[in-house]
Design a protein around this ligand. Structure first.
Ligand code: SF4
Length: 619
């Protein structure tokens, strides 16, 4: 066992320019202060990237990282994360995927893989334990992600290899391209374009090492207790295994917070047709789970008839149903499954892809984009065929696909004509499928978050399930910070969000603590764990502040700050700027950030042992 249980004790560095691999030892201090996952990703990128570099240039880096629990049987520990400077907004961005890639990386003996430089020609890299090889990937360039994985497995005669790869969108530097392993996506922020810029088509991993823990009996006892909790909980024991995340679609609509037709409204008349129940009845053929997960929330679907017959897809998740369904005015689950499968094949983030299309649809309907400008497509809301054609254009950057491949915020700047207000983005990241207008705490959590338009920093769940009153302002700064703490911790452990209802929606709990301690033997105390989450959050914030992010960037999409929801159960709700500013004052106070600038104060940084950040930001 390394100094602590769970860790491999080293990082792998891949220099794409010189085709060289080297080992970076993990230090005890790094593990104890930054834990893993986003903790490692943020710390590495903060230390190794110069501010102002081009996210698609050779100086950017891309980090695959896991935490101490990956490769063990801790529930939902099959996940792992990727970290880079985002080509969408030039800020720190993290994205996570399930499956088994992270555990395999650990079995190969690595806690993280740092990819840097740029190869001259398409390359893929194989990592078999300590043996690393750079290989020519010319024959794979242009191939879809599923085909890429199949070819590599066959060529190498390694059917069990875990392969992270990009599709044509990553190669073409589509700014919302993603990384795919198996059928799982580390979806958001454009990480696939960063791999494309490095000409790294795929990273293949196979490992034979064990992951060791200090006391196996204690570990098994703790883990068994957690499995029992998961199975006894109505959400993770029943609702998610039955309907998966698509079960949320109906609830969102009932509350009047389901983004519809580019968020022009938040009730969708076609909800029943795209609900989790409809999907279960019509399309689901199998329930699937990630490694070490008893929840089996993933639904394998098969479209058997109609224009999309033959589509087999792992998913779609709720976010995808929102993105290609209600938000594009589409009520066909079959088309949504097709678009989802295409997204994975081409290698784009479904949320951003759907959001960019819905943005273009609104521009088209309002006469801002003409039919000629959208390549002759009748890009009205609800036009399924046009939507699928747009998806193909992302993979080729053909015609209007080239403009929209830049993401909604950049595309709006190019289009002009007032289209900026139809780009529903926060910090230039397309908004996920949860309503900042209809949930006050979530709204603040997103605005102040590292990732902006992602629903993975500030969380909607507590307000959606009614544990917190979504319509009032009281307690919302605390709610926003609390949800950010739990998500930061989950992402440093690389556990699945689906466990948030069990382990804590707004608090760092003893459940988290026990799992970390029983795997690592660190014997952390709860306040130390809270400090770890705050440290990670402040490294991310410092990264963004070093890039120029300030208080004025902690805002919502224009529509959410200026247009009340026009109808439905949440009619009249929105987030006026002065209300948001008032909440931010209190939030910054709680965080220990300067109220004028939004930068963490020197005292806050020093308290969290972030002396380098304090020096950099207060030169
Ligand atoms: S809850 Fe679903 S997504 Fe999360 S780890 Fe389990 S199967 Fe994977």
């Amino acid at each position: 066992m390394w100094e602590y249980g769970g860790y491999a004790g080293k990082f792998l560095r891949l220099d794409m320019t010189n085709k060289k691999a080297s080992t970076v030892p993990l230090t005890k201090e790094m593990a104890r202060l930054h834990l893993g996952g986003n903790g490692f990703g943020a710390k590495i990128l903060y230390n190794e990237l110069k501010p102002g570099i081009d996210p698609l240039g050779p100086e950017n880096k891309y980090v695959f990282a896991s935490g101490p629990i990956q490769g063990t049987m801790v529930p939902t520990a099959g996940r792992s994360g990727v970290f880079t400077k985002s080509p969408l907004n030039g800020l720190f961005f993290d994205a996570y995927g399930g499956g088994s890639f992270g555990p395999e990386m650990k079995y190969a003996g690595w806690d993280a893989v740092i990819v840097e430089g740029q190869a001259e020609s398409p390359t893929y890299v194989t990592v078999y334990d300590d043996k690393v090889e750079f290989k020519d990937a010319s024959h794979l360039w242009g191939k879809y992600t599923f085909e890429t994985q199949e070819i590599i497995k066959k060529d190498l005669n390694e059917p069990k290899a875990q392969i992270a790869c990009i599709g044509p969108a990553g190669e073409k530097l589509v700014r919302f391209a993603c990384t795919i392993w198996g059928a799982r996506a580390a979806g958001r922020g454009g990480n696939g374009a960063v791999l494309g810029s490095k000409k790294l088509k795929a990273l293949v991993i196979r490992g034979t090492n064990d992951v060791e823990v200090p006391n196996v009996d204690e570990f098994l006892k703790t883990v068994s207790e957690q499995y029992a909790k998961i199975l006894a909980n109505p959400g993770t024991g029943k609702a998610l295994p039955s309907l998966g995340t698509p079960g949320v679609t109906t609830v969102q609509n009932q509350l009047g917070i389901l983004g519809t037709r580019n968020w022009q409204t938040e009730v969708f008349e076609g909800t029943e047709k795209i609900s989790g129940t409809a999907m279960r009845e019509r399309l689901v053929v199998k329930d699937k789970g990630c490694m070490a997960c008893p929840i089996y929330c993933t639904k394998l679907v098969h479209v058997k008839s109609g224009p999309y017959a033959g589509t087999i897809d792992e998913g779609p998740e709720y976010e995808t149903i929102f993105a290609f369904g209600s938000n594009c005015g589409v009520d066909s689950l079959e088309m949504i499954a097709k678009a989802d499968r295409l997204s994975d094949d081409i290698g784009v983030d479904t949320i951003s892809a759907g959001a960019v299309i819905s943005f273009a649809m609104e521009c088209y309907e309002k006469g801002i984009l003409s039919k000629e400008e959208v390549d002759g497509l009748d890009l009205k809301f609800g036009n399924q065929e046009a939507l699928i054609q747009m998806m193909h254009k992302f993979g080729t950057r053909e015609g209007v696909g080239d403009l929209l491949a830049e993401g909604a915020a950049r595309a709006a700047k190019k289009i002009g004509k007032g289209s900026e207000k139809y780009a529903i983005t926060i910090k230039d990241i397309e908004n996920a499928g949860h309503s900042p207008r209809g949930m006050k705490g979530y709204c603040l959590g997103m605005a102040t978050s590292t990732r902006g338009g992602s629903h993975q920093d500030g969380r909607p769940t507590g307000e959606r399930v009614g544990k917190f009153d979504r319509k009032i302002l009281d307690g919302k700064p605390e709610y926003a910070m609390g949800t950010q703490r739990t998500t930061t911790l989950q992402d440093s452990m690389c556990v699945c969000r689906m466990t948030e209802g069990i382990y804590g929606l707004t608090e760092v709990t003893n459940d988290h603590l026990n799992m970390i301690n029983v795997v690592t033997g660190m014997n952390l105390k709860l306040p130390e764990l809270v400090d770890i989450t705050d440290r990670i959050w402040n490294v991310e914030r410092s990264f963004n502040c070093r890039e120029g992010a300030r208080r004025e960037h902690d805002v919502q999409a224009i529509r959410f700050m200026t247009e009340p929801i026009p109808d439905g159960p949440s009619k009249g709700m929105y987030s006026p700027k002065d209300e948001l500013e008032m909440l931010k004052d209190k939030y910054y106070e709680l965080r220990g950030w300067d109220k004028t600038t939004g930068i963490p104060t020197k005292d806050t940084l020093k308290r969290l042992s972030l002396n380098k950040q304090a020096e950099d930001l207060y030169k």
